[in-house]
Design a binder for this molecule. Sequence first.
Ligand SMILES: [Zn+2]
Ligand SMILES: [Zn+2]
Length: 240
Amino acid sequence: MINFIGTGSAFNTQLGNNSAYIKKDSHFVLFDCGSTVFSRLVSLNLIDDVSDLNIIITHTHPDHIGSLGELIFYSHYIKNLIPKILFPDKKLIDMILGSMGVNNEFYRVINSENTVINNSNFTMEVSFRKCSHVDSIPSYGILFKLGGFTLYYSGDSNSVDTFVLEGLEKGSIDFLYQDTCGIDYDLNPHLYLGRLEKLIKPELRHKVYCMHTDSQFNRDEAVKMGFNVVEAVIDFKSMP
Ligand SMILES: [Zn+2]
Ligand SMILES: [Zn+2]
C-alpha cells in the first residue's frame, strides 16, 4: 500500500531512517523526514513532478525530522511550493524550524488531530493517535484511510494500542506498520519482536509489517513468525 525510502532505526545507517511515502500523480504524502530522507528523495527524483507536498510527522526525534528543514528550503527555493506539515503541535514545529532559520512562511502546519488531504483526484483521511514511545516529546501513530483501506502506521512505539489490536481482529484496520526491534530491555522505546509475537495472533500476522528495524532485528525470524518486513523501493546499499 505504501512505499518506503528508508526502513531502519536511528542508528541503522545501512537501511536509512524509516520513512514511507504515497505518490499519486502530482500529490505526495511523506511519513517523517529523518536525517537521511531528503537526500534519498532527491536522488530518486521522487518529488520532481510534485506540486502538492504533505509531510506527516510522527514525532520530533532527529531520525524523523532531521532533514525537514532542507526539504522545506528545497520546496521554497527550487520547487516554489509550500509544503503542508501535518503535526498536532504547531508550536513545537515552529520552534524547532525557527531555531534552524526556516522562515515560517515557507511551510504551513496543519495542527488538527484529524484531517483530510483532499485534492481533485486524491483523498486521504489522517488521524493522529498518541502513542507510547518516550516521555520527553509527544509521539503519534497515524491511522489513515486510502483507496478503501484503513492502515495504521505506528510511528515509534513500544506497544500496540488496544484499538489497533481490536481493529485488526474485527477487520476495521486492514494493515499495521509497526516499529519493531531486535533487542529487549527495560524502558525500551521500541517494540521488541518477541513482544510483537505475543501481541498478535498468528492468523493476523500477515496484516502486520515490521518497520524501523535495528541492526539486531532478525528478518528471517520475523518472517517465520508470519510477519511481513518492509523493504525500501531500492536497495540503497547497492548505490554508488
Ligand atoms: Zn523516536
Ligand atoms: Zn525513530
